[in-house]
Ligand binder design. Structure first.
Ligand code: WTA
Length: 641
């Protein structure tokens, strides 16, 4: 299934458009199915209703683990690099990983989990996190991984939305020089989660934790009483594999649902092709070292799901899991990891590159980066300066950079170069992968054809990894993605197609922010700020930020105009409230107290004006005559922070 030349890409692309069903059927045949599918694709984008590999039966862990045992059982599947470089890491071969996943799956069964149950996972970046994910998949339980930076309130909302029965967590997590109390946060969350019957706690930091009798059990204890024999549950291709919550324009994050068959095929196909992972199944002698793929994302985000866990393992690759952060113990840590483990593929986010750029070249100087073959970027637009820095100093101008554009809802990469095959252009995601049919539309939904144009990015045909629904609320899925432009999947991104037909993503056109590659809804942040005592109303917009890509700018009305001294304290309190309600990733970078917000006569906040002021561009605020109180704009302009 690996494309090796640009001509092959063109042929594959054409075939994928002309005859998508046979194109994907051929690829899907390379996997292990318990029972073949009867219909490759059924779909409409109106309900929407998308089904791939209808009637097919499989278990994704048999594809990620069991089928590799004969050919590569002793090859490293997962390499773990701990937060503290002096702590010993872990290398798990496919055989060891298989064994551990089966044991963990038996622990889940022993604790009453059955097929279809939803399991919340709130863990540090340790091997047990990947093992827990796969253990759920092994027995047909649906995992909902929550990023370790989210607050108790966010956890509770997500647990309740999916009615999770069990939580897998750890006492704490190490992140840089910080120790984060995961179990304590889970305890706070569970005060409001009646569906949770059991909590499995792994020890990582030995942070003292409370263990509630009858509810909480230690993972290490549980593992003592199980065997490594756990047959995989037979799943329908369209059975739910996982839920992953992501932000949209409205206040409440939604549970994006991915299913077993299509997601597996798409994650694996895109992994192998985009990164040109050159270990086609069965072709490699088991003794030969397999290329090492290092994706720096957290498994709590979609990038970690698809390109740390499922994609690489489905392709029999060696995946590296890093517990720490790029700047601990110093700004050379990523390069140390590359050097130490002879990493061949490095997949990271522009925000990490920009922050490391700030430390200059000293941290890179003495590191041997010659093992690198492919560099990747994901999560937000990569600016040219960062692209060149990455190319010059990390790839030494000999590693292709793949700027991969995609979303939680997509399951895998949609627009990206194929490493070394597609000619790259800084800040362009370049061309759609086979199976992906992008279109640009204007505000009225009319397709903008030809090159040298821009518009809203939509996709007009399903690919196997497309979301199937939003958990518990299919109407919301329809409204959010399929109603804006009937017949099309709407991405929420603006996009430019240049003269060469290359795509460049210009950023969200809705009220979703992208802060350090993390998706955050403005309404979510506003709701959190509004929970703070004394806050009457708030409006949140994004503004360009040198390192984070976008920063969060909050305009806040309080019931009493604070004095200068009070204002500083109140700002800190508001940040504490946002951290408590959502998590530290949603903290505003700037807060401005205002006496009013620019509203139209119908009461709608004119965000366009607030965005301009936040950007520091007040020269031309456009037409303000429709405002209820134009004077407020002057006040906001003069008080900008
Ligand atoms: C943005 C992350 C420009 C985009 C995989 C998208 C990008 C949102 C890129 C999805 C890229 C992701 N260039 N923008 N290469 N990759 N984005 O769901 O705005 O966390 O809609 O998925 O990130 O974020 P999400």
């Amino acid at each position: 299934m690996r494309i090796t030349t640009f001509a092959e890409y063109e042929t594959a692309y054409q075939k994928s458009v002309e005859d998508p069903e046979s194109f994907w059927a051929e690829i899907a045949q390379e996997f292990q199915w318990r029972k073949p599918w009867t219909k490759t694709l059924q779909w409409n984008f109106t309900e929407p209703n998308v089904k791939w590999f209808v009637g097919g039966k499989l278990n994704i862990t048999e594809n990620c683990l069991d089928r590799h045992l004969a050919t590569r059982g002793d090859q490293p599947a997962l390499i773990w690099e701990p937060n503290d470089p002096s702590e010993a890491g872990v290398t798990l071969t496919y055989r060891m990983l298989h064994d551990q996943v089966c044991r963990m799956a038996n622990v889940l069964k022993k604790n009453g989990v059955v097929k279809g149950d939803r399991i919340c996972i709130y863990m540090p970046m340790v091997p047990e996190l990947a093992i827990a994910v796969l253990a759920c998949a092994r027995i047909g339980a649906v995992h909902s991984v929550i990023f370790g930076g989210f607050s108790a309130q966010s956890i509770a909302d997500r647990i309740n939305d999916a009615a999770c029965k069990l939580v897998i967590t750890a006492d704490g997590a190490y992140r840089g020089n910080k120790e984060i109390p995961l179990k304590g946060t889970v305890d706070d969350a569970l005060i409001g989660c009646p569906t949770v019957e059991r909590v499995i706690v792994m020890t990582r930091t030995r942070t003292p934790v409370s263990m509630l009798k009858g509810r909480d059990v230690w993972m290490e204890q549980e593992l003592k009483h199980v065997t490594a024999d756990c047959p995989a549950e037979e799943m329908d291709a369209e059975d739910m594999l996982f839920i992953l919550y992501t932000s949209g324009s409205t206040g409440k994050p939604k549970g994006v649902v991915h299913t077993c068959g299509g997601y597996m095929v798409y994650a694996a196909y895109t992994f192998q092709n985009v990164f040109q992972y050159d270990a086609p199944l069965g072709e490699r002698a088991p003794t030969e070292r397999s290329p090492v793929h290092f994706c720096t994302a957290d498994i709590g985000w979609i990038t970690g799901h698809s390109y740390i866990v499922y994609g690489p393992l489905a392709c029999g690759a060696t995946t590296l899991l890093f517990e720490g952060v790029p700047t601990y113990p110093d700004a050379g840590r990523l390069w140390d990891v590359v050097d130490k483990h002879d990493v061949n593929i490095l997949y990271t986010a522009p925000t990490a590159i920009r922050s490391l750029m700030g430390f200059g070249l000293d941290p890179v100087k003495d590191k041997d980066l010659s093992s690198l073959k492919v560099l990747g970027s994901v999560g937000e637009p990569i600016n040219e300066e960062a692209w060149h820095w990455y190319d010059d100093n990390i790839g030494k101008n000999r590693c292709p950079i793949v700027d991969t554009w995609w979303q939680t809802e997509n399951g895998g990469i949609l627009i990206s170069p194929l490493a070394g095959i597609t000619k790259t252009k800084p800040s362009f995601a370049t061309l759609p992968l086979p199976g992906v049919q992008p279109v640009l539309v204007d505000e009225n939904g009319k397709e903008i054809e030809g090159n040298g144009v821009s518009g809203n990015l939509c996709i007009k045909f399903p690919w196997p990894g497309i979301l199937r629904t939003t958990y518990g609320d299919h109407e919301r899925c329809r409204q959010t993605y399929f109603a804006t432009y009937p017949g099309l999947y709407f991405t929420g991104d603006g996009c430019l197609r240049d003269e060469d037909g290359y795509y460049r993503i210009t950023g969200r056109v809705d009220d979703v922010l992208n802060v350090s590659g993390h998706r955050i809804g403005t309404a979510e942040v506003e709701n959190a700020i509004n929970m703070h005592t004394g806050v009457v109303e708030s409006a949140v917009v994004g503004y360009p930020h040198d390192i984070k890509g976008q920063g969060i700018y909050a305009y806040v009305i309080t019931d009493q105009q604070p004095t200068d001294h009070d204002a500083e304290l109140t700002k800190r309190d508001i940040l504490a409230t946002v951290t408590r309600v959502i998590g530290a990733i949603a903290k505003p970078d700037k807060i401005q107290f205002v006496s009013g917000l620019p509203k139209t006569r119908s009461g709608k906040i004119m965000r366009r004006i607030l965005r301009k002021i936040a950007e520091g561009d007040t020269s031309n605020l456009g037409d303000t005559s429709t405002l209820l109180d134009p004077a407020v704009v002057e006040e906001i302009k003069n008080g900008a922070v």
